[in-house]
Design a protein around this ligand. Structure first.
Ligand code: HXC
Length: 519
């Protein structure tokens, strides 16, 4: 073979690899409304930036006639490229080759780029579309998964790890995405479950479809496994690119501050009218978020899950931040098990990757009842407490309205190392709300009244007295728990100035192997 033939051989092999499992299977993939593994990478990365590794890798299996069934790349495309000029590593499972199932060599390809992403300190993006462990390879495939899991664990908190689920992701295979920072699922074309419908039916008798057991809607609304449900793969890919914009390359770097045209001193008079006079009237905290952040842009995590708390990425004067806000519009913004877990995980994500946390508080307390107590609201509420308390990033807390009881302490309070704590004049910071307080304090006396009307009148008087005394920010401000009471319309400016001031903040935790967060 002369050099020209050798060159032609390279071109042919590359062409062969790019064909994946062949045209018929590629067509089948398209018919399901899915892109191929390579198309996804093309769309994800900056044009022409993809550098592929291990295109010529093939499996080493000789069982079940596999020696005659060989595909270049072996069902997963790996390499690196850039998103908005920043280096990222990526793997994309190719369903057209053995259903994207994971072999020994498939796992080795993924591990290679994971190791390199760690050395380089660059984000890892995994696109999942796979029938799970390659059945013909048996335990080698299981070992391959475990190699990946171990790397996911070591990379956690070091480099951002983002998972897209654009097809099947079942059995133990779900645990690699589950170990990463963010999961995005495409609607109707993806599913995740540990045990599929068939085995579920055999073992428990429950008949359920793939979609109802582990589709994007289920995981975005009920389980909270998925942070995002994308309408389709295009939206999913856009979300990955957006996510990278807010995150640094690794835990030793800060997120990139971008130019901002939105005036930092933009005053919003509407904010002064935002809180209803009646403390029981709900409002949408997202209206406040959109009003104060740069260009009304808010990348909301878990939009459909635990809606009583709102979390997501925003920018203030170009500085990426995490925002956590109780949502009075849903369950009065109460903290329950799901809300605590959702916010705790988010605060830890921000802290791991150096994003300041801005907290907007309007919380009536923890949700009472046996369902919550039996479900472990104690342990789960403690997760959020722990997350705030251990976080060393700048923490700015603004109390908008209610901040009662234990929930007050949890939501970025001064004593959990809140750096700058502001309150709006509408803030009510107290051990509990007036109704509950008067029931406890006056319960005995209420029995003495001749008529319920007289009792109600007395309760109203006492509640008003209580509200005057405690339901305001000045008690807390008197003790320095609140640094200042601010005019709502100045909130954007005050947050930006606080972030600017805290940019060089240093805080540490005592040396330890790791904390023991109440899991
Ligand atoms: C080898 C596989 C495969 C697998 C699919 N294929 N899954 N090959 N190992 N696990 C192959 C099929 O033989 C077929 O090959 C091609 O991929 C496409 O599969 P289809 O069944 O035709 O596609 P579809 O109808 O879309 O169904 C997709 C599917 C189904 C739902 C994923 O293939 C399926 O149920 N596969 C088995 C899933 C599974 O049980 N995996 C093991 C889970 S346990 P041809 O040549 O016909 O195109 C696990 C443990 C991990 O993963 C443990 C980690 C700790």
């Amino acid at each position: 073979m002369n050099n020209r033939d050798k060159l032609q051989q390279l071109i042919d092999l590359r062409q062969q690899a790019r064909q994946g499992g062949g045209e018929t299977r590629i067509d089948a993939q398209h018919q399901k409304g899915k892109y191929t593994a390579r198309e996804r990478i093309e769309k994800l990365l900056d044009e022409g930036s993809f550098e592929e590794y291990d295109m010529f890798v093939t499996h080493r299996s000789h069982d079940f006639g596999m020696e005659d069934n060989v595909y270049l790349s072996d069902g997963v495309i790996t390499g690196h490229g850039t998103i908005d000029g920043r280096v990222v590593y990526v793997f994309s499972q190719d369903f057209t080759v053995f259903g994207g199932s994971l072999s020994e060599t498939f796992a080795q390809k993924i591990c290679k780029i994971m190791d390199q992403a760690m050395k380089v300190g660059a984000p890892l993006i995994g696109i999942n579309d796979s029938g799970g462990a390659r059945i013909q390879e048996g335990v080698k495939s299981l070992a391959g998964y475990a190699e990946i899991f171990q790397r996911n664990i070591m990379a956690s908190g070091v480099i951002p790890q983002i998972s897209a689920i654009f097809g099947p992701c079942a059995g133990g295979a779900v645990y690699s995405p589950a170990l990463t920072d963010v999961i995005i699922m495409s609607d109707k074309t993806s599913y995740m479950f540990v045990t599929g419908p068939k085995v579920t039916k055999t073992v428990t008798g429950e008949a359920i479809s793939e979609e109802d057991l582990g589709g994007a809607t289920v995981h975005a609304t009920k389980s909270g496994v998925a942070h995002f449900r994308a309408e389709d793969e295009d939206e999913g890919i856009m979300l990955i690119r957006k996510m990278i914009e807010y995150l640094p390359q690794n835990n030793l770097e800060d997120p990139i501050v971008t130019a901002c045209d939105d005036p930092i001193d933009r005053r919003e008079d509407a904010l002064n009218e935002m809180i209803p006079d009646n403390p029981s009237t709900p409002y949408d905290v997202k209206d406040i978020i959109y009003t104060i952040v740069d260009d009304r842009e808010f990348l909301e995590f878990h939009r459909h899950f635990a809606k009583n708390i709102v979390v997501g990425f925003v920018k203030f004067n170009g500085q990426p931040c995490g925002i956590v806000a109780n949502q009075p519009n849903y369950l009065a913004g109460v903290l329950d098990i799901d809300a605590s877990k959702k916010a705790a995980r988010f605060v830890r994500l921000c802290d791991a990757f150096n994003l300041p946390v801005v907290t907007l508080v309007d919380v009536p307390g923890f949700l009472p009842g046996s369902t919550q107590e039996y479900g472990g609201i104690i342990t789960n509420g403690a997760k959020l407490l722990f997350a705030y308390g251990e976080a060393t990033v700048p923490k700015i807390t603004i109390t908008l309205r209610k901040s009662y009881g234990g929930a007050h302490d949890v939501m970025g309070s001064k004593q959990l190392r809140g750096d700058i704590n502001y309150a709006w004049p509408s803030a009510e910071i107290a051990v509990m709300g007036p109704k509950g307080a008067i029931e406890v304090l006056e319960g005995r006396k209420l029995k003495d009244f001749a008529t319920p009307e007289e009792a109600a009148k007395y309760v109203e008087k006492k509640e008003n007295e209580y509200r005057e005394k405690f339901a305001n920010p000045y008690q807390a401000a008197k003790y320095g728990y609140i640094d200042d009471v601010i005019e709502p319309r100045n909130t954007r400016f005050r947050i930006i100035r606080a972030l600017h001031t805290l940019a060089t903040k240093k805080d540490t935790n005592p040396p330890k192997k790791h904390g023991n967060i109440p899991l």
